[in-house]
Write a protein that binds this ligand. Structure first.
Ligand code: ADP
Ligand code: MG
Length: 361
């Protein structure tokens, strides 16, 4: 296991990148703490696989260095990095049995036969394939083959890190939950450094201690699920995490007060005078419909019943917003205003969060 350091790292697939836009991965400095479970979350095309492949050595970065426990491995081949990587689609040997496939990484390293047998049985139990151990991989479903790939990724206990690149894409939804739970328990048992790539916030938030959110080739926030929820560092994190995502509205901010349209809003903290395009972000959990003539004028457009709560879609000063209300709560016919909970408001300038005065880092 190892701490992985990214030092001034950036990557462009072009030979002569000219501007920042030419970089699939923009300059990045980060330590992946030894033994932590990370999720790397972002929409398709934001650079997740690029970053993962640089860490594993499948790709050489155009700029910067990668260190494992302080040792420069930037130009070391994949085999020397001692990393297990599982991809989106299965990589298995069709002519081998399931047992031989799972044993392969251990045989390759010269582990002894009794250890291999015990370890393979243990992994087969984790992926639910004990009954198929003697079967050839050929002819198994894509789902089963992907489970073998996962098993092969998990079989070695001595790796520096385990990298998963959207490994559950082809797995059926019920099994997804089961396998994610197994990965988590594997992490608790062995304490590997794990990086799990996904575009699915639920997967990210349930798997990881820390979530690394990427947007357009950039890491925009690294935080616990709670930090991402309460203090999105970038408006993208606000939209992308949460269902529905954060409501964002243009505002003028001065000290403890914001003005949205012609309505004054108390911010509960002092933000001085932020410059640039200033916006407020408030999650639907922290907005409340009211009949009092206070707050922002709102019109109810639609109510969605989603089981444990209701999502109320609103039009607020020409913009669509959402409010979450408890199941069974009533919406008054004259509920024409929406109030924002002061201590749940985040202030943004040019999409980046502004820290209020006195906030500890
Ligand atoms: P993600 O894994 O988050 O979906 P990728 O890292 O695969 O994103 O891609 C990031 C960007 O780099 C995308 O714009 C993609 O089109 C581009 N890209 C990825 N692989 C290559 C490649 N081999 N050659 C050129 N461009 C690539
Ligand atoms: Mg990818």
């Amino acid at each position: 296991m190892a701490k992985i350091t990214l030092d001034n790292l950036a990557h462009s697939y072009l030979k002569n990148p000219k501007s920042e836009d030419d970089y699939a991965l923009k300059e990045l400095n980060h330590d992946w703490v030894d033994g932590e479970a990370y999720a790397l979350l972002g929409s398709s095309g934001c650079g997740k696989s690029t970053l993962l492949n640089i860490i594993s050595g499948l790709l050489q970065p155009s700029q910067g260095r990668i260190l494992f426990d302080g040792k420069d491995v930037t130009h070391a081949p994949t085999a020397e990095r001692n990393i297990a990587q599982v991809f989106q689609f299965p990589v298995v040997y069709d002519t081998m049995t399931v047992r031989e496939n799972l044993a392969f990484p251990l045989r390759n390293r010269g582990a002894d036969a009794s250890y291999i047998e015990a370890r393979v049985n243990q992994i087969a139990a984790m992926i639910g394939m004990e009954a198929e151990l003697g079967r050839k991989a050929r002819g198994l479903t894509a789902d089963a083959k992907q489970k073998i790939s996962l098993g092969r990724g998990m079989v070695r206990e001595d790796v520096n890190a385990l990298l998963f690149d959207e490994p559950l894409t082809v797995i059926d939804p019920h099994m997804k939950w089961e396998l994610r739970t197994q990965l988590k328990s594997l992490h608790h048992e062995f304490g590997h450094t794990m990086i799990y790539v996904t575009h699915d916030q639920t997967e990210a938030l349930t798997f990881a201690d820390k979530v690394v959110v990427m947007f357009d080739g950039r890491v925009v926030q690294i935080g616990t699920p709670q930090e991402l929820f309460e203090r999105p560092a970038h408006t993208f994190v606000g939209y992308f995490i949460g269902s529905p995502g954060m409501n964002v509205m243009d505002a003028k901010v001065s000290g403890r007060t914001a003005t949205v349209g012609d309505v004054t809003v108390d911010l509960g903290a002092d933000y001085a005078m932020p410059k640039g395009h200033v916006q407020l972000g408030v999650r639907p959990e922290f907005m409340q419909l009211t009949s009092d003539r206070s707050g922002l004028p709102a019109r109810v457009r639609r109510v969605e019943d989603v089981g444990r709560h209701k999502i109320v879609r609103l039009e607020v000063m020409g913009k669509e917003m959402a409010v979450i209300m408890a199941e069974g709560s009533e919406i008054a016919t004259d509920a024409n205003y929406v109030q924002l909970k002061a201590d749940a408001i985040n202030v943004y300038a040019n999409d980046w969060r502004v820290a209020p005065m006195g906030e500890s880092a």
